[in-house]
Design a protein. Structure first.
Length: 367
């Protein structure tokens, strides 16, 4: 208590060194004063009970004073440093828990000196180790889910392709028309398999940080018109109408054109797969002073709020959303890839959803 009052009174910064120094100085002074008082009391007592000279008792008094001084010093120093020493034991015990893998254990912070700082650092270390352990567990689960998802999605087209090739190998076809149908189906499944592998390759590069973009100055309007020119025939084959709403003459952006085209293609194919009658896809291109906004909107099956949040998750396919027939279904990586590619372009990809109306918007900064 005395040391705390001194620290507070003179605004001395809390420190283990100062605490030990203060305890030592205080104990020395107290022991010296108390030993003088006790020896003086003993001397008076000897004067009262004997008439012999004091010189005879000087060795005894010196020994007694030294013994009293040592006893008082040890006792006082122990009492003053007891809490500090006990806290060392608490820290040692906590470190033992953490070293044995109990990363949820937290050491109580009872001091504002180096020991308190040590306790906080130990807790921070335990928190970081706990976070790292959780991330490792999530990474392991993610890896297993990735393997499971890829295996499932690759198996279906591969099995079909092997089946058609086996029929062709055994010449199990009736006529040339059926032969051509087997060839076309096998080719279609091979294309689907290639698309799945390409998506997986790109997603892996994006998540690992190995994706290198080749950015350059480009006109987003021109890029959108080019992608739509190639997409509209595919939409017409599937009886889907594409309506263009381009209200700007030019949109200069600093992007990787190939990857932005991939984003738009993923959004268009996603809308094509899951549009419901009247099967209309609206493509809008607008801008303000700082950003350009590319929106792909369509009407599809209603989804829940939880499903809406998960739409950008990898391998996620809402169970109640059946794709249109004759359209190849991907591995559920399209939207995940599109969002990550948008972020790599210093932009973002968002979704506005309401009662079955989907509007995916790519936002990019103007150059």
């Amino acid at each position: 208590m005395a040391i705390k009052w001194i620290n507070k009174r003179f605004k001395i910064k809390r420190s283990v060194r100062y605490s030990f120094l203060g305890a030592t100085v205080f104990t020395l002074l107290l022991s010296y004063l108390l030993s003088l008082y006790i020896i003086g009391f003993i001397g008076q007592l000897l004067d009262s009970i004997t008439s012999r000279g004091k010189l005879e008792y000087i060795p005894i008094l010196i020994f007694a004073s030294l013994a009293v001084f040592i006893v008082i010093f040890l006792l006082t120093f122990y009492l003053l440093t007891k809490r500090m020493i006990n806290y060392f034991s608490v820290l040692s015990e906590g470190l033992g828990f953490i070293s044995r893998g109990n990363f949820e254990y937290r050491v109580p912070v009872r001091r504002e000196d180096e020991l308190g700082m040590l306790a906080r650092n130990m807790n921070k270390m335990a928190e970081q180790l706990s976070s790292q352990k959780r991330k490792e567990k999530e990474a392991e689960e993610s890896k297993m889910n990735l393997i499971s998802g890829v295996s499932h999605d690759l198996r279906t087209p591969l099995t079909s392709m092997i089946g058609y090739l086996d029929l062709l190998r055994k010449r199990s076809y009736i006529d040339e028309k059926e032969y051509n149908r087997f060839i076309n189906n096998a080719f279609s499944k091979a294309q689907q398999l290639k698309k799945l592998i390409d998506d997986l390759f790109i997603y892996t590069r994006l998540t690992s940080g190995d994706m290198i973009l080749t950015k350059q100055q480009a006109d987003l309007r021109e890029l959108v018109e080019q992608v739509l020119f190639e997409f509209i025939p595919i939409a017409e084959e599937n009886h889907v109408v594409v309506r263009q709403h381009i209200s700007i003459q030019e949109a200069a952006v600093h992007i990787d054109p190939e990857q932005v085209a991939r984003i738009l293609d993923n959004l268009l194919m996603n809308a094509l797969k899951y549009s419901k009658p009247p099967k209309v896809i609206d493509v809008r291109l607008t801008s303000n002073e700082a950003f350009v906004y590319l929106t792909v909107a369509n009407e599809g099956e209603p989804i829940t709020k939880e499903q809406e949040i998960k739409l950008f998750d990898r391998f996620y396919k809402p169970e109640n959303m059946d794709p249109n027939t004759h359209i190849q279904v991907g591995a559920g990586l399209g939207l995940a890839i599109a969002r990550q590619l948008a972020e790599h372009q210093d932009g973002c990809l968002t979704l506005e959803y309401e009662n079955g109306q989907y509007a995916f918007t790519l936002e990019l900064p103007l150059a």
